[in-house]
Design a protein around this ligand. Structure first.
Ligand code: IPE
Ligand code: IPE
Ligand code: MG
Length: 245
């Protein structure tokens, strides 16, 4: 496969890339395998993408692993995904740590997430908390609308407790109360599998992100696709509503 690495402008690497890892079920179906085999096959894609992101110097990589809507899937698939993600963290935690990756999570850590999974998440966060090369943010039990609701609830609670002081309500007031307020907004959002929708991913943060879609199913995705997305990103004019002279 041709490598696109050589023609990337190293000064214009997106600081934050966010990915909707979609198409695992269809990948499995094409092979007459159960959907769960597609999720399993996605692990290699994820870690090749992490390697690629490290190679080019992406600072934040956010991946959508489980949405607040994914609880509506069959119980058996939900159970599989919980166990699978727990196992993945166990298997990959040391490797990520060795690479200098800080692992973080965004989403609701509510009663629906099994305790054993929460424990694994906390262990990975604790182990890698001082790493600075790249942050791998795993959106797990994540929904964009829920995140905004949680931020508004926080604002109201602070208001009721008289902690808001004279703070005016602005977009920044919301941004500061999102799950990971220190993480910059994504510059580039990638979605695999040909679906051209956001599916409740980073709806606040991605207000001005560049979007990139590919028909490639997630288990077939690798770092070369990431480089292709970045190459396209580098050709875009990010105007943020302004006029470029
Ligand atoms: C993405 O693949 C993984 C998760 C949502 C957890 P899907 O499971 O959505 O695969 P498709 O979209 O059905 O092919
Ligand atoms: C988005 O994919 C969620 C994840 C990749 C975790 P979905 O497959 O759940 O989204 P829809 O249902 O196609 O919108
Ligand atoms: Mg899907």
């Amino acid at each position: 496969m041709a490598s696109y690495l050589h023609d990337l402008d190293r000064r214009r690497i997106p600081r934050h890339v966010a990915i909707v890892m979609d198409g695992n079920g269809r990948w499995a179906k094409q092979r007459e395998l159960p959907r769960t085999k597609g999720h399993e096959a996605g692990e290699r894609a994820l870690f090749d993408t992490v390697e690629g992101a490290l190679e080019v110097g992406v600072r934040y990589l956010t991946v959508y692993a489980f949405s607040t809507e994914n609880w509506r899937r069959p119980k058996s698939e939900v159970r599989f995904l919980m166990n699978f993600n727990r196992g993945l963290l166990q298997r990959r935690r040391d490797e990520l740590h060795d690479r200098g990756v800080r692992v973080r999570f965004m989403g609701r850590r509510d009663w629906r997430v099994p305790r054993s999974v929460l424990r694994e998440m906390e262990d990975a966060e604790r182990l890698t908390r001082h790493n600075t090369r790249m942050q791998l943010v795993i959106a797990f039990n994540y929904g964009g609308r829920t995140e905004v609701v949680d931020a508004v609830k926080e604002l109201l609670a602070e208001h009721d407790e008289g902690k808001l002081g004279g703070e005016r309500i602005t977009p920044e007031s919301i941004s500061r109360r999102l799950y990971l307020p220190d993480v910059p907004d994504p510059d580039l959002v990638i979605r695999t599998s040909g679906e051209m929708r956001i599916s409740n991913y980073l709806i606040w943060e991605a207000a001005y992100a560049e979007l990139w879609f590919t028909p490639v199913l997630w288990p077939d995705f690798n770092r070369e696709h990431l480089f292709e997305a970045i190459r396209d990103y580098q050709k875009r004019d990010r105007r943020f509503g302004k006029v470029i002279e």
